[in-house]
Write a protein that binds this ligand. Structure first.
Ligand SMILES: [Zn+2]
Ligand SMILES: [Zn+2]
Length: 506
């Protein structure tokens, strides 16, 4: 048995911590884990058949997550070593010979293991030896990571799909972990198990979802269990930070963020946002134009002091609104863009009834947020949202597309990108729309229709439309959307930005 010394372990911990920002900013294509903080190795001999032993190791203060990978050889000789773990005070789980790797943290743990406080002190791997032949000597190897970033930010360490492309999802929904309900076997509304919502999303063909229960972190333990089952549906850690003066989703961390704005825990809304960013989460303001007061307590965006919009990544411009027709946040969003902030327009069903049928507005995936990402991982989807490579599909289809590309001075920009251009430059726009034949494409400059960019009919199921606009060298944003014959919004694109010099800090 070999231990890395405590001093070396702390050094490794420090190195891991300093490496985190880089890991967070890189869109992962293939995951290689950092060096473990501890490596424990040893041997098991035939004389230990049907015995138990433990492997102690030290957990320093400041650890909130432990991840263990345990392997051994001589499996061909039917050597079996079963794995469990105990903290300084209690048994924390046993996965037998079933799982070679597990993680446990304050909020969530691999099934077989108990989430909860990670106490500093002496922990023990609990090893059972159901079988080892008399003449066999086996070698085991345990790698232990403290505060492994990928396990704090994702329920899978590998992308569910390695292809670059458009991925469809829902970023806002509620389950039994807050106020989501669905009908039980006798037709009574009860707290709705998270599985129901995930199953509905999978049946709808979504690629990702963020369960965003109000100020809760208990949902992550369910998601840790469900992610391997939903191997085509990425579960993004999410939470609706629900304050008395507005709601905001944070995505991409399982760590606790204090929602008690106005207290020493979070003196103002910006302190809460900074806490989320320190954990590499994205921040999105929800339904900002909802009413406040007793009709909907804390729903509208009334934060005071006001939010520093450099700390905000996105705004929910379409909210499912309980099936009462989409609730728009477009005016609020546009007013921020007019001030020079590049905030990605996203949608969210805000679904509270995971069993609603897909035909119902406000059901899971209605609206759908469609993100162009390097692959289907939490890091890549959030990078796509951060970059504004996003459109909304209000019909919740599986195939509709809206892509906008601008070319000027030999440079190209997609939705969410910025071009710095002098006055008098002609910008050529190419709008590609799929499965919207008979609908109409509309253009907006700084949120307004302009005569230089008239509406255009979408003539075919795979339509490419061209337009040009000459810039005056000032700051502008130009976007497109598609409406059906009745004027109903079908697809909503993010803008291409021109001459935006004020960019968000995160
Ligand atoms: Zn809300
Ligand atoms: Zn909500």
């Amino acid at each position: 048995m070999r231990f890395v010394s405590a001093a070396a372990a702390l050094l490794l911990l420090t190195q891991t911590a300093t490496a985190l920002p880089q890991a967070a900013s890189a869109a992962a294509t293939a995951v290689s884990l950092p060096s473990p903080n501890l490596v424990l190795a040893g041997t098991v001999r035939g004389s230990q058949n049907q015995t138990y032993f433990s492997i102690p190791f030290q957990v320093p203060a400041g650890v909130h997550r432990i991840t263990v990978r345990f392997t051994h050889d001589k499996m061909a000789e039917h050597t079996v070593l079963n794995l469990g773990i105990a903290d300084p005070e209690r048994f924390r789980g046993n996965s037998g010979g079933d799982k070679q790797q597990f993680t446990l943290s304050d909020s969530d743990a691999t099934p077989s293991y108990l989430p909860g406080a990670i106490l500093p002190g002496t922990w023990k791997l609990l090893i059972s030896v159901p079988n080892i032949r008399p003449n066999v000597t086996a070698h085991y190897h345990a790698k232990i990571w403290f505060n492994l970033h990928i396990d704090d930010t994702s329920f899978t360490e590998h992308p569910l799909n390695s292809q670059r492309g458009w991925y469809r999802g829902d970023l806002h929904m509620h389950t039994a972990h807050s106020d989501g309900s669905c009908l039980n076997q006798t037709g009574q509304p009860v707290p709705c198990p998270l599985f129901v919502t995930a199953q509905t999303a999978a049946k709808r063909g979504l690629d990702f979802i963020a369960i965003t229960d109000h100020n809760a972190v208990s949902q992550y333990d369910d998601e840790r269990e469900l992610q391997p089952y939903f191997d085509k549906l990425l579960l993004i850690p999410g939470r609706e930070m629900t304050t008395f003066h507005g709601h905001a989703n944070i995505w991409g961390t399982t760590r606790y963020v204090d929602y008690r704005v106005g207290t020493a825990h979070a003196p103002d809304i910006n302190a809460m946002f900074r806490a989320a960013h320190r954990l590499s989460a994205l921040v999105s303001i929800n339904h900002p134009e909802a009413p406040s007061g007793e009709i909907c307590m804390g729903c509208g965006w009334t934060a005071n002091p006001p939010a520093d919009m450099r700390l905000v990544n996105a705004v929910e411009v379409m909210n499912g609104n309980g099936g009462r027709g989409f609730f728009s946040g477009v005016h609020f969003w546009q007013s921020q863009l007019a001030r020079g902030y590049r905030l990605t327009a996203v949608g969210g069903s805000d679904n509270h009834h995971g069993d609603w049928l897909p035909s119902q507005e406000g059901s899971v995936g209605s609206p759908t947020t469609v993100v162009h990402a390097a692959n289907l991982s939490v890091a890549a989807i959030l990078a796509g949202i951060r970059a504004g490579h996003v459109f909304l599909d209000l019909s919740g289809s599986r195939d509709r597309l809206l892509t906008l590309r601008a070319v000027a001075d030999g440079r190209a920009a997609a939705m969410g990108d910025d071009l710095a251009l002098p006055a008098g430059t002609s910008v050529a726009f190419t709008l590609h729309v799929v499965d919207c034949a008979g609908d109409t494409a509309k253009w907006y400059v700084d949120g307004k229709a302009v005569s230089a960019l008239p509406s255009m009919p979408v003539a075919s199921a795979d339509a490419t439309l061209h337009a040009a606009w000459t810039t005056d060298g000032r700051r502008h944003w130009i976007r497109a959307e598609v409406r059906d014959a009745s004027g109903k919004l079908v697809l909503f694109g993010n803008p291409v930005y021109l001459n935006f010099d004020l960019t968000n800090a995160h």
